[in-house]
Design a protein. Sequence first.
Length: 396
Amino acid sequence: MAAQKRPPDEPTDDLPGGSLDALIGASGIRRIHVLAWRDLDDPEAGGSEIHAHEVARRWSDAGLEVTVRTSHAAGHRSSIRRDGYRVVRRAGRYMVFPRAVAAEILRAHGRRDALVEIWNGVPFFSPLWAANPRMTILHHHHELLWPMALSPGLARLGSFLERRIAPPCYRNTPVVTLSRSSRASLVTDLRLPGHGVHVVEPGIDGRFTPGGDRSTAPLVVAAGRLMPSKRFDALIRTIAEVRRTVPATSLEIIGQGYAKEDLSAVVAELGAESWVDLRGQVDDDDLVSAYRRAWVVASASASEGWGMTLTEAAACGTPAVATRIPGHEDAVEHDVSGLLADDDPQLAGHLAALLADGDRRTTFGAAALARSARYNWDRTATEAFRVLASTVPPGR
């Protein structure tokens, strides 16, 4: 019987096997420096920062010396130690890139055995100045985000940098992304070589579990940074349409960000003060409670590497309705753990249908809970290090 061929776009690296401890011991890596745009304490921190924190803390717990270099976080010290790893915050949103690179070249943060770059729109171009062991974490293609976050001129520059200038520099650098659908986008849109792009799914914190009672009235919950790409404004308008057929529906939006004033204006425009609650940032217990009370968790986001809020809610037994985009296509199994929509009218239709069908919500919720069991931060940290360890030069 002929051996089954690996699809040509799949990674072909023979990655080292074993547990995290075994991988560390065999790799010779002891000190890792991580370059990132923002830190977990930043007011605009989101899924990327949570991911970096969860991985860094586990690498630190396993005995690695981890230093994370980011931009300054307003109201926070320039250097701290968090859960075993060091955080250095210096320079602003733009200057963090050249200053972090200069600090690494000059060894301002001490020696390193390996480098991890988190490419969040603007890269640090580590392949041009850092030798192996080295890898890059890239959650998703940012094409749709540039015009939402920057002026037209800067948006064109950012897009050109991401699509044309950066990808050739990373052709020989292993890239870790969070989902198969995001990986397909990176290979197709950024033309990164498929053999070097590895999928390592994110985890779910153990505090997200089923419990408590559902809201007595239809409740949709959405969470994330309040920024244009999340399209919370579109979700508010979508719920207004849903209320035409499910009149008692309410919406809670959890998170903070610079788009809050714009969202408040939409709420006022629609006279939605009685059924939209912009809750801002909440503590961990309140977030878990919101997912448990929700009938459905929703996302109208335009771009995601995964959709952590959707799988957090899934671990609480709550189904999702979300846009059909890379990332969401892996976080939600359509018509099994939730529903995916191709446009806003379909998003409204899916939400109305699911809110009106208790049996279907129960079935989807059970499937979402079962799927969530596969997502584990320990596994994420191990698999990410496995990719990094594969770049250690022979004989080192």
